[in-house]
Design a protein around this ligand. Structure first.
Ligand SMILES: [Zn+2]
Length: 115
């Protein structure tokens, strides 16, 4: 007596394929998240550099004016004229915000974005 083989996949074969697909997908998602974080950090560090460059321009403008007592900008709004359309760069991370430190240094509140 010969058993009739039904066409298609068995339940075990389907489960094996689903498990392997899940493992591959989780590895790809982890890699994507890692690359996304690295891209955000690099963009943020470049933004900080651009803000410090604007701070240098602000300083030079103040340096030429003998009536000014403060040389560095005390708020980011003072740096806005040095950016196209007055738009200040923002940290690409949702929980990052720029800080204006003494001597024209700029930092980000996101721990992974320090220079
Ligand atoms: Zn940042």
């Amino acid at each position: 007596m010969k058993l009739k083989q039904e066409p298609g996949f068995s339940l075990v074969e389907l489960i094996v394929v689903i498990v392997i697909t899940g493992i591959l997908a989780s590895a790809a998602i982890a890699r994507y998240k890692s690359l996304s974080d690295a891209t955000e950090a690099a963009t943020c560090k470049q933004n900080q550099f651009n803000l410090e460059t604007a701070q240098s321009f602000f300083y030079m403008d103040r340096y030429m004016d003998p009536d000014q007592t403060t040389r560095y900008a005390e708020s980011f709004e003072e740096l806005a004229p040095y950016f196209p359309e007055g738009r200040l760069p923002q940290c690409p991370s949702a929980n990052g915000e720029y800080l204006l430190l003494p001597n024209g240094v700029v930092d980000c509140t996101d721990a992974g974005h320090h220079r």
